[in-house]
Design a protein around this ligand. Structure first.
Ligand SMILES: [Zn+2]
Length: 348
């Protein structure tokens, strides 16, 4: 592939209008911002420059990833840090033509540091509103209820964010150690969230198999699935996902970096897409995995032969799978259609 052709493809990929539905704000802090937070603290002598930090963000397996994740969180010291985090993350996404984001945040990760769920939420809302004013990017927050913390604490988090529902917070998600903490005990929390008007998603089929996906669909009543990579362990489950068009928030590079998939070529996203499942493209923790939403689209063309029209369908799927109102979906769909017309004329 010659350089100018590669440049052209990369430029095209950057210009694709995008929706991001599976992104953890704390895993997306731009590297420079994260480095500044670490420097402010001054206790981490092993991180002297961006290269050191970059090297720190490589993992032997999923458990090691969680360990580094926790280490990184210790540098977030105050609730007000979250305003800048939201602002920087959204600014970065805006540069990649992301127009709408549903982002996870996990305030429960900071209880040991004594940070309050409400204040974290308020600062994030401030940051996202500032990003909307400055960059025009729209976003909503999804509170991540962390499996490892148990259903009782999760119910408490739910209680604490209910005041912000439809004022910046739109839904609940369930992250954490899927292999050790099954989702079933969270059924009452999800039922309560649904009744209060929260939209529902949960990580499943990433560190655990098809059974874990069945549980979140049947017991938690989720509207979307985070990852769902391992759905192909059960053909009946695949048929159900296709029939009901339950969206999968897929994050290819994340799955490769944590060892859930051996390589991009081994990832089932192409199979699911061809089978007609509601597949979306997302970046999960772009800083932690040295990826970006643009990079996620790029590997699909470079390694899995997705065509420009396939990418168009994927970018439109992001709108369909989102928790936006039908009215907003129609509006953004027509903007995306227009942009796609221009892009296909310009590049192909
Ligand atoms: Zn995730």
């Amino acid at each position: 592939m010659n350089t100018s052709f590669t440049d052209k493809i990369e430029q095209f990929i950057t210009e694709i209008p995008k929706v991001e539905l599976h992104l953890h704000l704390e895993g997306a802090i731009p590297l420079e911002t994260l480095f500044d937070l670490i420097q402010r603290e001054g206790r981490e002598s092993s991180i002297k420059n961006l290269d050191d930090l970059h090297r720190k963000l490589t993992y032997t397996d999923f458990a090691h990833f969680i360990e580094v994740w926790t280490w990184k969180n210790t540098f977030i010291k105050e609730e007000r840090d979250f305003e800048e985090i939201a602002y920087q993350v959204l600014g970065n996404l805006s540069k990649q033509n992301v127009k709408y984001v549903e982002a996870f945040y996990a305030p429960g990760d900071y209880w040991r540091q004594g940070l309050s769920v409400q204040e974290i939420t308020e600062y994030l809302i401030k940051g996202k509103e500032r990003a909307h004013r400055d960059f025009g990017i729209r976003s909503e927050l999804i509170i991540d209820l962390i499996r490892d913390h148990g259903p009782e604490r999760s119910m408490q988090y739910l209680e604490e964010v209910t005041a912000y529902l439809d004022k910046g917070v739109i839904g609940v998600g369930l992250g954490g150690s899927e292999q050790s903490f099954p989702a079933e005990p969270y059924a009452p929390v999800y039922e309560e969230a649904r009744q209060r008007g929260f939209r529902l998603t949960a990580h499943a089929g990433e560190a655990a198999g098809a059974n874990s996906i069945w549980t979140v669909v049947e017991k938690l009543g989720v509207e979307r699935i985070g990852h769902g990579v391992r759905a192909n362990e059960d053909p009946q489950l695949l048929s159900l996902l296709e029939e009901r068009q339950i969206p999968l928030e897929m994050c290819v590079m994340s799955n490769v970096k944590t060892g859930v998939c051996e390589s991009v070529e081994d990832h089932p996203i192409k199979q699911y897409f061809q089978q007609g499942l509601m597949v979306t493209v997302n970046s999960d923790d772009p800083t932690m995995f040295n990826t970006s939403i643009s990079q996620e689209y790029l590997v699909l063309t470079q390694k899995l032969d997705f065509t420009p029209n396939d990418l168009k369908l994927l970018s439109m799927n992001g709108i369909v799978a989102s928790f936006m109102s039908d009215e907003d979906k129609e509006l953004i769909k027509s903007q995306f259609e227009k942009k796609w017309q221009q892009l296909l004329n310009k590049y192909f």
